[in-house]
Design a binder for this molecule. Structure first.
Ligand code: ADP
Ligand code: MG
Length: 320
């Protein structure tokens, strides 16, 4: 109808109809959308990125906080997203790319449960079983990426989505339902999916051919950069696991300089009373992930073999 609100982003996008806005990032707005050609009725998610050229003139003052991305960055995001989500249920599936004069459109599988971030806010913190259920799936996604020589570089609760599973017990069983919400049986969290490949990067891989011809002229840091780059994702997983278990992040300071200092020293604590009832196994895993020296930090295989991660596997998804 004529009363329908027209998103400015819609005007140049022809085969999808944008529905509700479901998310916002530093560089984008994300909408639920449907294919209006009727080929596929399944709703999708479309990340709309404003092109640089329209920012300066057409966008109002108010919209100026939405930054643009360069074409190269967007192409990199698409290529990596497509590669990592192929045959991998633990990353949101990449569907396609479109562009218009003003926008880039990145179409992906819609994940309906929302962000793990919001689930932490809702539950305050996760039980150890529920935290394990989540990070195991993130770790499988990261292993898949690291094996391809790709580092994500932005692992955080905002970039983890989940498919909800409904409460299966008897209706009216308030105690069972409360337990469920606290994590028994998955807490309503089914498949967890890593998303947002905007900062992801292909790293030089020893097993691959040299990307730029002769190896003789390649500097040592090119060869050394691989393990160190992969380690940033392990730090990210450590921050996520810490946050899931207690409800607040390991490093927090209002001042940017103070925060950077704390991170560089690995200055975090298992504060009472929040950490009193959390197992030493979980703390041990975090200690190995939040290790300042990247050469001593857990790599993805170390983490997947961690005794705490493997100590209770009734919620663990099967590794495919
Ligand atoms: P940015 O790179 O700007 O951070 P993201 O790709 O992280 O953008 O998307 C921003 C937010 O939009 C996400 O945190 C999430 O809440 C939502 N979102 C993005 N993609 C999807 C999707 N496929 N399904 C559901 N929600 C999504
Ligand atoms: Mg994001």
């Amino acid at each position: 109808s004529s009363l329908e609100y027209q998103f400015p982003e819609q005007s140049e996008l022809h085969n999808y109809k944008l529905l509700d806005k479901i998310g916002e990032g530093a560089f984008s707005r994300v909408f639920k959308a449907v294919d209006i050609t009727g080929v596929d009725q399944t709703p999708v998610a479309i990340k709309v990125i404003t092109k640089e050229n329209i920012l300066s003139n057409e966008i109002s003052e108010d919209d100026n906080r939405i930054k643009s991305s360069s074409r190269k960055q967007v192409m990199n995001e698409c290529a990596i997203h497509r590669m990592v989500s192929k045959d991998n249920p633990y990353c949101t599936k990449f569907i396609g790319f479109q562009e218009s004069a003003s926008y880039y459109y990145l179409v992906s599988e819609l994940v309906t449960g929302g962000e793990i971030f919001d689930k932490i806010v809702q539950l305050t913190y996760f039980s150890e079983d529920l935290a394990r259920h989540v990070v195991t799936q993130v770790a499988i996604a990261v292993k898949h990426m690291h094996l391809m020589g790709i580092v994500h570089r932005d692992i955080k609760p905002e970039n983890l989505l989940f498919e909800p599973i409904p409460f299966q017990g008897h209706q009216g069983d308030a105690q069972k339902e409360d337990e469920f919400k606290l994590g028994v049986g998955g807490g309503g969290i089914g498949l967890v999916k890593l998303m947002d490949f905007g900062l992801a990067k292909r790293i030089y891989d020893n097993t691959a051919k040299t990307p730029c011809g002769t190896i003789e002229y390649t500097s040592p840091e090119i060869f050394c950069s691989k393990p160190y780059s992969m380690e940033v994702d392990m730090w990210g997983i450590g921050c996520v696991l810490f946050t899931l278990l207690c409800g607040y992040p390991p490093f927090y300071e209002k001042s940017h300089t103070k925060l950077v200092k704390k991170i560089c020293k690995g200055d975090y604590e298992f504060l009472a009373p929040w950490w009193d009832d959390i197992s030493s196994g979980a703390k041990n895993a975090i200690t190995h992930l939040l290790e300042v020296d990247p050469s001593k930090r857990y790599d993805i295989n170390d983490f997947l073999n961690d005794p705490w991660l493997n100590s209770y596997d009734c919620l663990k998804p099967s590794q495919s």
